[in-house]
Design a protein around this ligand. Structure first.
Ligand SMILES: [Zn+2]
Length: 290
């Protein structure tokens, strides 16, 4: 078996319908590869010897032009400098500058930033707080390799969600330790208890932010408590976690080989090291399995 195509981040979905019991909904995560923009079944099975080769070509994920180097996960330099999706405010949503009139692309702001967002708690390598667009559930959590997630606030814009994330970030991490994520399952957490604690502790500050944003009549920038949401739980296809994490780098070693031991977040776990597939968006790859 050999496949060749331009690689994009894997699509993660839930294989089985979510089973609901009193407290949680648990589901198995299923991955698809995306090559040349078409979703395909992962051409590898767990336990199989696989080979991934970079041909040396990179094509911008936005404009499609060939680029000697990848910026911001697969963009050419021109797109990196001009696309709103590559602006710094994408990494730091609280720095959204649309209201200052300096947004790179008005259409992007309307389609993405002024859409309903959620603030969530998740358990990836440990407890974390994060934000995402409402429609990005559960994709965002699966991309992060979270084993538990609980949306707890629904808000009207990206900047508002970012301000709340910063607020909770004083108590809860907003980053995932990817090495720890790939070394095993995180200890289960009582996310409902954390939610209650945070909402109680930050109630006055949430109210202040809510009032500030309610002044904006152009967009519907409200803050809604999601009191009836229950934690979700996710199981990843992993046979074996490595004890030591070695990271493959196609820029330095264009052919990598190893036995596939699992998939979690955007990582393939091989017995020879892990590879972050999303990092190679836009790279033309050859995939082989024995
Ligand atoms: Zn481009």
């Amino acid at each position: 078996m050999e496949l060749q195509g331009i690689c994009y981040k894997m699509h993660a979905g839930l294989k089985q319908p979510i089973v609901t019991d009193q407290q949680t909904c648990k589901a198995n995560v299923e991955y698809k590869f995306v090559l040349d923009r078409a979703e395909i079944d992962i051409p590898f099975t767990l336990g199989q010897e696989v080979e991934i080769e970079w041909t040396g070509n990179i094509y911008c994920v936005s404009c499609g032009n060939k680029t000697p180097k990848s910026y911001a996960q697969g963009h050419c330099f021109k797109c990196f400098k001009t696309k709103a999706s590559c602006d710094l405010c994408i990494m730091k949503p609280e720095t959204c500058h649309y209201h200052l009139g300096t947004c790179r692309q008005d259409s992007f702001a309307h389609e993405v930033c002024f859409q309903p967002h959620i603030v969530y708690l998740a358990n990836s390598s440990a407890l974390k707080v994060g934000i995402t667009r409402f429609g990005q559930m559960p994709t965002r959590w699966l991309d992060q390799g979270a084993t538990q997630a609980l949306p707890f606030l629904k808000v009207g814009s990206r900047r508002l969600s970012g301000q709340l994330e910063i607020l909770f970030g004083t108590q809860v991490a907003d980053k995932t330790d990817w090495r720890k994520l790939l070394k095993g399952e995180a200890e289960p957490l009582d996310l409902l208890e954390v939610r209650e604690r945070l909402l109680e502790e930050f109630a006055p500050k949430i109210q202040t932010i809510r009032e500030e944003f309610s002044q904006n009549i152009e967009f519907n920038e409200t803050v809604e408590l999601l009191e009836n949401e229950l934690p979700r739980e996710f199981a990843y296809p992993v046979d074996h976690y490595p004890e030591k994490i070695k990271s493959h780098n196609l820029d330095k070693t264009p052919i990598i080989r190893g036995v596939l031991q699992g998939i979690k977040g955007q990582y393939l776990i091989l017995d020879t090291g892990v590879i972050n597939i999303r990092k190679y968006s836009g790279y033309q790859l050859k995939l082989r399995a024995n």
